[in-house]
Design a protein around this ligand. Structure first.
Ligand code: ATP
Ligand code: MG
Ligand code: MG
Length: 550
C-alpha cells in the first residue's frame, strides 16, 4: 500500500505534537456499542483510529461503549473482538465504559454540588417539547432552580432506588436559550431497572451518551476522540462536561469526520437487524451483508478493505462511495493472489466421439499467471467433459463464437473440438453435445496455424467434484436504498444458488475461506463452514473503470 494521504485529522495531530499540547502522546480509541456486529462503516473508524496510533507512535484502545443495557449483549463483545483482529488490528487495551460508572457518577455529584445539574421530575415528552428548536425558545423546567442540597439528595435517591423508572432524570443546567440545541439542559442520567451484562443490578441509573463518552475518554487519557459528523452538534456539550471537572491532564478534543456510506448498501443497525430477524438473510454473517463477517464469508480480504478505507482518507463532508470502488480493491487483490481453477456452473455434457476409449490425459495449467512462483497444476482431460450450457447454442445468434453445430472452439489447455451432433430430450432440450477433437491441437494450438474464436473452460466428467455455488446480485437494487425516507426494499433476486456445479478435482483441496478464480466466471470463496460451497466474491470485469468512464 502507498503512503496514507494526509487529511485534516492528521494535520490536527501534527500541530498538537508540535505544540506539545499532550506532550508526545497520541491516544485514540474505537468505541463500539456492543449491540450489533461491525460493518464496513465501522472498518473506516477502526482503520482511522488504529492507523493514526500506528502512524504517530501512539496508542489505540478498544472501548465498549456499554451504557445502554437494553440492547447490549456479550455475544456482540466477542464478535467485535474477533472482527477487529480479523481486520488486522490489536487494541492496546480493551476497556468498558461500564467500568467507569462509579467515577462518572461521582462527577455527576460534582456538577450538582457546583449548581450545574438538577433533578427534573418531568417526563421525557415534556422535556423534549420544552427544548424548543432553532429560532424557537426553550422553556425552563419548573424544577430547574432546586438547590444543590436538594438535588444531591434526589440524585442519591435515584441511585438508591427510591424512585420508579422514568420518574426523574438528572439534567445539566446550561442554557435553555442556547443556539446549540444539545446545550439546552441535556439529560445526563436516567432511571432504568434493567440488568447490565457487566454490572448486573449494581446500577439502576445509567448515564447518557453525552455524560459517558467524554468522561470515558478523559479517564483513559484519550487525546483525539474521533467520531462521525452527526456528533458535531454534541462537541460543545462534550467540552462543557469536561470543562467543569477537575481533570488531572489536558482534556481530549472531539474531531468529526464523514461516515462511510456505500451505494446499494444500508448500514443502520436497525435495518440490518431486521434483515436477520425476518429471515431475509441467513444471519449477520450472510455473504450479502455489509458486516465484516459477511464480507469475510463472501471472500473480501481484510487487506483490500484496509486499502480501500485508507485510500478514502478522512473527509469533512458526507459523500456516498460507489460499491464498485470497494470491489475493485477486492478484485485487484485476488487477481494477484487467487489460484486459477476451472468450474462449470450449469453443466452440459460434451462427448468426444473420436476420443480413445478410457484414455485419461493430464493437462498442465498455471496456478496463477500473475504469480509464476505459484507453479502449475495438472487437470485430467477425458472423452466426456462438462461445459457450460451457455457455451453451446444449437442456433447461434450473430456474434456468438462459442460452440454450435459445425463450429470449432478451443478447450482451454486441451484440444480444439468441433461440434457434430446433439442428443435432445422429449422437450427438445439439448442434453448432450457430441464433437470430434483434433489430436494435433494438444495444449490448445493448431500446428497449421488455424484460429478459433472462442476458448472455453471444461471439467472432466469422471473426475469432477460436485460443488454448490452462490451467485450474488446487489442486496438492494436501488443505488441509494432508503434515501427517499422509506425503508428500502430488498432485491428478491440477490442470491441464486446452483447446486449441480462441477469443478476440477484440485478444488476439493481448497481451504475454508480461500478464494480462487473460476476462469471466465469470477472470484469464488470457499465457505468458511461448509466444504464444497462457494460464494462468488466478485466478477472479473472491472466495473469501477466503467463507472469512471461515464
Ligand atoms: P447505529 O447508529 O446503527 O446504532 P453506530 O454507528 O452508533 O450504529 P457504534 O457501535 O456506536 O455504532 O459505532 C462505533 C464507532 O464506529 C463510532 O465511533 C461510530 O462513529 C463509528 N461508525 C459507525 N458507523 C460508521 C460509518 N458508516 N462510517 C464511519 N464510522 C462509523
Ligand atoms: Mg452508537
Ligand atoms: Mg449511531
Amino acid at each position: 500500500a502507498g503512503p496514507t494521504p494526509s487529511d485534516f485529522i492528521r494535520d490536527i495531530i501534527r500541530a498538537d505534537l508540535a505544540s506539545g499540547k499532550y506532550g508526545d502522546r497520541v491516544q485514540t480509541r474505537f468505541p463500539p456499542e456492543p449491540n450489533g456486529y461491525l460493518h464496513i462503516g465501522h472498518a473506516k473508524s477502526i482503520c482511522l483510529n488504529f492507523g493514526l496510533a500506528v502512524e504517530f507512535g501512539g496508542t489505540c484502545n478498544l472501548r465498549f461503549d456499554d451504557t445502554n443495557p437494553e440492547a447490549e449483549d456479550h455475544e456482540y463483545v466477542e464478535a467485535i473482538l474477533e472482527d477487529i483482529e480479523w481486520l488486522g488490528f490489536t487494541p492496546a487495551n480493551v476497556f468498558y465504559a461500564s467500568d467507569y460508572f462509579g467515577q462518572i457518577y461521582d462527577w455527576a455529584e460534582v456538577l450538582v454540588t457546583k449548581g450545574l445539574a438538577y433533578v427534573d421530575d418531568q417526563d421525557g415528552d415534556t422535556i423534549r417539547a420544552q427544548r424548543g428548536g432553532f429560532g424557537k425558545p426553550g422553556i425552563e423546567s419548573p424544577f430547574r432552580n432546586r438547590t444543590p442540597e436538594e438535588n444531591l439528595a434526589l440524585l442519591r435517591g435515584m441511585r438508591d432506588g427510591e424512585f420508579p423508572d422514568g420518574s426523574k432524570v438528572l439534567r445539566a443546567k446550561i442554557d435553555m436559550q442556547a443556539s446549540v440545541m444539545t446545550l439546552r439542559d441535556p439529560v445526563l442520567y436516567r432511571i432504568r431497572r434493567v440488568p447490565h451484562v457487566r454490572t448486573g443490578t449494581d446500577w439502576i441509573i445509567y448515564p447518557t451518551y453525552d455524560w459517558a463518552h467524554g468522561q470515558s475518554d478523559a479517564i483513559e487519557g484519550v487525546t483525539h476522540s474521533i467520531c462521525t459528523l452527526e456528533f458535531a452538534d454534541h462537541r460543545p456539550l462534550y467540552d462543557w462536561c469536561l470543562d467543569h471537572l477537575d481533570l488531572p491532564r489536558e482534556r481530549p478534543v472531539q474531531i468529526e469526520f464523514a461516515r462511510l456510506a456505500l451505494t446499494h448498501t444500508v448500514m443502520s443497525k436497525r435495518l440490518l437487524r431486521a434483515l436477520v430477524e425476518n429471515g431475509t438473510v441467513d444471519g449477520w454473517d450472510d455473504a450479502r451483508m455489509p458486516t465484516l463477517r459477511g464480507m469475510r464469508r463472501r471472500g473480501y480480504p481484510a487487506a483490500a478493505i484496509r486499502e480501500f478505507v485508507s485510500t478514502l482518507g478522512a473527509a469533512k463532508t458526507n459523500t456516498v462511495t460507489e460499491i464498485e470502488y470497494l470491489e475493485s480493491f477486492v478484485r485487484t487483490h485476488h487477481n494477484t493472489h487467487a489460484l486459477r481453477r476451472m468450474a462449470v456452473l450449469e453443466p452440459l455434457k460434451l462427448v468426444i466421439t473420436n476420443w480413445p476409449e478410457g484414455q485419461v490425459e493430464h493437462v498442465e495449467l498455471v496456478e496463477n499467471p500473475e504469480d509464476p512462483a505459484a507453479g502449475v497444476r495438472t487437470v485430467p482431460f477425458t472423452g466426456e467433459l462438462w461445459i457450460e450450457q451457455d457455451d453451446f447454442k444449437l442456433e447461434p445468434p450473430p456474434k456468438y463464437f462459442r460452440l454450435s453445430p459445425g463450429r470449432e472452439v478451443r478447450l482451454r489447455g486441451g484440444y480444439f473440438v468441433t461440434a457434430t451432433d446433439v442428443v435432445t430430450n422429449a422437450d427438445g432440450n439439448v442434453t448432450e453435445v457430441h464433437c470430434t477433437y483434433d489430436p494435433e491441437t494438444k495444449g490448445g494450438n493448431a500446428p497449421d496455424g488455424r484460429k478459433v474464436k472462442a476458448t472455453m473452460h471444461w471439467v472432466s466428467a469422471a473426475h469432477a467434484v460436485d460443488i454448490t455455488v452462490h451467485l450474488y446480485d446487489r442486496l438492494y437494487a436501488e443505488t441509494r436504498p432508503g434515501s427517499d425516507g422509506n425503508d428500502p426494499v430488498v432485491n428478491p433476486a440477490s442470491r441464486r444458488t446452483l447446486t449441480g456445479a462441477k469443478a476440477e478435482p484440485v478444488l476439493a483441496d481448497t481451504k475454508p475461506g480461500e478464494v480462487v478464480q473460476f476462469e471466465r466466471l469470477g472470484y469464488f470463496a470457499a465457505d468458511v463452514d461448509t466444504p464444497g460451497t462457494f460464494h462468488r466474491t466478485v466478477g472479473l470485469r472491472d466495473e469501477w473503470a466503467n463507472i469512471q468512464k461515464r
